[in-house]
Design a protein around this ligand. Structure first.
Ligand code: 5AD
Ligand code: SF4
Length: 473
């Protein structure tokens, strides 16, 4: 039954078999209707990338991709468990589907992703949303065809998940459905071994597993041949790339190999854990022309005592030494970070340390989050002396300081020339938008549609808080 497309699939649950069965019987299940699939991913880019694979598998079976929820025959939500508000949104959106299911009895609703790895969530879905047909985990690729086939052929619901373990295989050659034709996400590793005390990821995505470098390089070569101009390498901690692989390879070496691929394209990556971010990695970013001059280095807190309880395994002094090294070696680099505000028992002094680190590092982008308690994590067991009001006040304070920094930084680009990858045409303003190698958004006033997907040099004429304006030189 194998068409040779899913290499490791055959070892796992005979997935190719079920994919082929659905393909062969598609017209029986849907009576020659052009059945459609709607996939939506919540959360990080890794989740978006997983969603592109789930959509790819379904389109390969014969479904037509749609962005209109109401016309779909299969609706798949690929969920995120990192913070509670993302989970609340999923529950809200699943609630809305009840009415659609009443209108279309044949509609199949599936929930995949990190949220469904948590027992309490799985139980809540089964109890409160009985019209959900399929529940899959964060490794949904290997189970989706079987679950879907069971549903289509026997009207069977919910197949229990295999718990993810360190042994979970990486499935290669899954068809990927990418909406974007210029930028492509490529996962290089899955899972996380770090167990930061606040974070649910290691529990729901399992242990670190790296893809073989040959598979990654082949995928990127193909994407570049197809015309993709920006490749985003994804992993919870890309600096751990290569651990456990037969061939001895680390992340800087992988980057150098990617840089050697022929063609005009840029490559970027996230996330990079500060404890494992080596000088060699920063030197590699500095030396390789295709690697974008942008580093995402999640700081989380500026206080050493909070970093310790967070189990981050670095001090703020070490973090700052990395920031200084980036600035010294790559003067035009942009830096972004993640910060958690209101971690349990964060004192005013701890928070002041975060603000002073913010002022020192002068990040170009800060993703800040109010601490969200995640059941099962170590931090969830801590008592918390900080009130919700204090947490949201601190968040406002942090945002206002970062705002001042960003306004000054954006102003400093005026009169400079930046190389920009154009990715969007703005019909209303008849202009085009793109980003430079540091990820800064730039509107080109004298650009036209034909520039989409091309690199151009742009002279910056003025700056707003989130956008630079410029003209092609
Ligand atoms: N609460 C708030 N933010 C969190 N993050 C991870 N877990 C939590 C949590 N429980 C943030 C971290 C991480 C980013 C992806 O999400 O800042 O770097
Ligand atoms: Fe979560 Fe820490 Fe792993 Fe990042 S490194 S995914 S924050 S446990």
């Amino acid at each position: 039954m194998s068409n040779g497309k899913f290499k490791i699939y055959d070892k796992l649950n005979d997935v190719t078999h079920y994919t082929e069965l659905i393909k062969d019987n598609f017209s029986v299940f849907y009576k020659d209707k052009k059945a459609k699939v709607y996939v939506h991913s919540y959360g990080c880019l890794q989740s978006v990338s997983d969603g592109e694979k789930l959509k790819g598998i379904l389109v390969d079976m014969g479904y037509i991709a749609t962005d209109v929820l109401e016309e779909a025959d299969v609706i798949l939500y690929n969920t995120c468990a990192v913070r509670e508000n993302a989970e609340d949104r999923v529950f809200g959106n699943v609630g809305v589907l009840k009415a659609l299911k009443k209108q279309n009895k044949q509609l199949i609703i599936g929930i995949a992703g990190c949220m469904t790895e948590q027992d309490d969530v799985k139980k809540r879905i089964q109890k409160s949303y009985p019209y959900v047909d399929l529940i899959m985990g964060s490794n949904a690729f290997d189970i989706l065809p079987k679950l879907l086939y069971d549903k289509l052929s026997n009207n069977k619901k919910y197949v229990e998940l295999e718990p993810i373990t360190e042994k979970s295989d990486i499935i290669e050659n899954i068809p990927v459905y990418r909406d974007d034709k210029i930028k492509a996400n490529v996962s290089i590793m899955y899972g996380c071994d770090n167990f930061c005390s606040y974070c649910i990821v290691p529990y729901v995505r399992g242990r670190e597993r790296s893809r073989a470098s040959s598979e990654i390089l082949e995928e990127i070569e193909n994407l570049v041949k197809q015309g993709y101009k920006e490749i985003m390498l994804l992993g919870e901690n890309v600096n751990s790339y290569g651990k456990g692989l037969e061939n001895d390879i680390d992340f800087p070496t992988l980057l150098k190999k990617i840089n050697a691929i022929k063609g005009e394209f840029w490559v970027r990556f996230m996330s990079s854990h500060p404890k494992d971010c080596s000088k060699e990695l920063i030197d590699t970013v500095a030396a390789c022309d295709k690697i974008e001059k942008h580093i995402h280095l999640p700081m989380q807190s500026g206080s050493n005592s909070i970093l310790k309880v967070m189990n981050r395994k670095y001090t703020i002094e070490h973090f700052m030494s990395l920031v200084d090294y980036v600035k010294e070696k790559i003067p035009n680099a942009t830096l972004s970070t993640d910060i958690i505000v209101g971690f349990p028992n964060e004192t005013r002094e701890d928070f002041e340390d975060t603000l002073s680190a913010l002022r020192k590092a002068r990040f170009d982008t800060v993703f800040s989050f109010i601490y969200s308690k995640r059941t099962g994590t170590v931090a969830a067991k801590l008592d918390d002396s900080v009130t919700d009001k204090e947490k949201s006040d601190r968040m406002c304070e942090l945002l206002s300081i970062q705002n001042e920094i960003i306004v000054e930084k954006m102003q400093s680009y005026v009169d400079k020339t930046l190389r920009v990858l154009v990715d969007t045409y703005n019909t209303e303003r008849n202009s085009v938008l793109g980003r430079d190698s540091g990820g800064i958004l730039i509107e080109i006033e004298n650009g036209d549609k034909t520039l989409k997907g091309r690199f151009v040099d742009v002279l910056i004429t003025s700056a707003k808080r989130t956008l630079l304006l410029g003209k092609i030189v």
